[in-house]
Write a protein that binds this ligand. Structure first.
Ligand code: NAD
Ligand code: UD1
Length: 329
């Protein structure tokens, strides 16, 4: 297939481009590089040995997006482009609603105009809010604790209405759990701007000595060791999930969790990181982070039974690959 990947220079998008190309698809990337670097496109080409067509375009700019669709004959769109920092979304809510909602609406409008009938959207486990884990696709969604999470829930609703109104269209909402890890080459991985908010890039930067010590946000949660539990998934497993999802699209709306179904606590992740990589990660326990929940992990059964997809890589693989990427920077 000829696939448009918006946000394809970013963390999950770049790994998905590699998997798509390795599965025989052709990719065209549209990214305004607001949270990524153009060199990532060269690295995708280096890993795959294939050319990637790249456009430095803002997906909220409808005439520019239209111009690209008029030059290509896309079979499907995977829409990653969006802002993703939870903390920033609290201080700049309008930027988040503008970018994430308008970007999604523009890409949808243009896809309708050109008759591109397959649309895959990057959603998040955050739409489940404070439901009890494991999260199942059929659960009633609860309000997100921040504007970023609200943009994901709102985009889901926009896409549900779009597909209802246009027969013959296929929309797949992929709800990601916590992607970590990097491509085994160590050439591409997560490149956070400034001090990381998320756990894994924080750990690798402490291990490298860029940051002094990890703050573990609370050890009084009702979990086995008191620290927060998440469903960490290797970014290459997540990338494979996109390949299968886009290849197996059906008419109408589909929703899939992409997670492993297994929870890992902050302390467990730190311990495995130290053991596998033979390096210490100094930490201290601090207060809970506002908005965090105790546990978040997937019921990953639907993606397995309907798509035949299952995450394969272990926490040991994830911490090894994250550390390899950090060392290459
Ligand atoms: P990322 O920031 O690395 O990638 C997003 C890419 O989109 C970046 O390259 C950025 O430059 C681009 N972009 C942003 N706004 C744009 C615009 N208006 N026009 C064109 N390009 C634009 O983030 P990621 O971790 O790869 O996440 C990809 C998608 O998955 C996002 O929609 C994110 O919200 C969603 N998601 C991520 C996670 C996670 O833990 N990383 C979890 C759930 C969902
Ligand atoms: C966060 C977002 C979520 C978003 C996801 C990917 C919040 C509340 N949620 O998920 O909406 O989809 O990132 O961008 O921000 N932790 C520490 N110390 C740190 C960092 C994290 O102890 O320095 C802990 C957290 O309390 C949590 C776990 O590590 O228990 C994972 O945190 P993080 O990587 O930020 O992901 P989420 O909070 O699950």
């Amino acid at each position: 297939m000829n696939i448009l990947v918006t946000g394809g220079a970013g963390y999950i998008g770049s790994h998905t481009c590699v998997s798509l190309i390795e599965s025989g698809h052709t990719v065209t990337v549209m990214d305004n590089l607001c949270n990524s670097k153009v060199e990532t496109i060269d690295k995708i080409e280096l890993i795959t040995g294939k050319k990637v067509t790249f456009y430095n375009i803002d997906v909220t700019n409808e005439s520019e997006v239209d111009r690209i669709f008029s030059k290509h004959d896309f079979d499907a769109i995977i829409h990653f482009a969006g802002l993703k920092s939870v903390g920033e979304s609290v201080s700049k809510p309008l930027d988040y609603y503008y970018n994430n909602l308008l970007g999604t609406i523009v890409v949808c409008r243009v896809s309708l105009k050109y008759g591109v009938k397959r649309f895959v959207f990057s959603s998040s486990a955050t739409v489940y809010g404070d439901n009890e884990s494991p999260f199942v696709e059929t659960m009633k969604l609860l309000p997100a604790a921040n504007p970023y999470g609200e943009t994901k829930a709102m985009c889901e609703r926009i896409l549900m209405d779009m597909v209802k109104a246009n027969s013959g269209y296929s929309v797949t909402l992929l709800r990601y759990f916590n992607p970590i890890g990097a491509h085994e080459s160590g050439l591409i991985g997560e490149l956070p701007n400034g001090i990381p908010n998320n756990l894994m890039p924080y750990i690798t930067q402490v291990a490298k000595g860029k940051l002094e010590k990890l703050k573990i946000f609370g050890n009084d949660y009702p979990t086995a060791d008191g620290t927060g539990v998440r469903d960490y998934i290797h970014v290459m497993d997540l990338a494979e999930g996109h390949v299968v999802a886009v290849e197996k699209m059906k008419d109408g709306l589909q929703i899939y969790n992409l997670g492993t179904g297994k929870g890992t606590s902050v302390l467990q992740l730190v311990n495995v990181f130290e053991e596998v990589n033979g390096i210490r990660v100094p930490y201290e326990i601090t207060d809970r982070r506002p908005g965090d929940i105790a546990e978040c992990y997937a019921d990953a059964g639907k993606a397995e039974s309907e798509l035949g997809w299952k995450a394969r890589q272990t926490i040991r693989d994830m911490v090894r690959d994250s550390w390899r990427f950090e060392q290459n920077l």
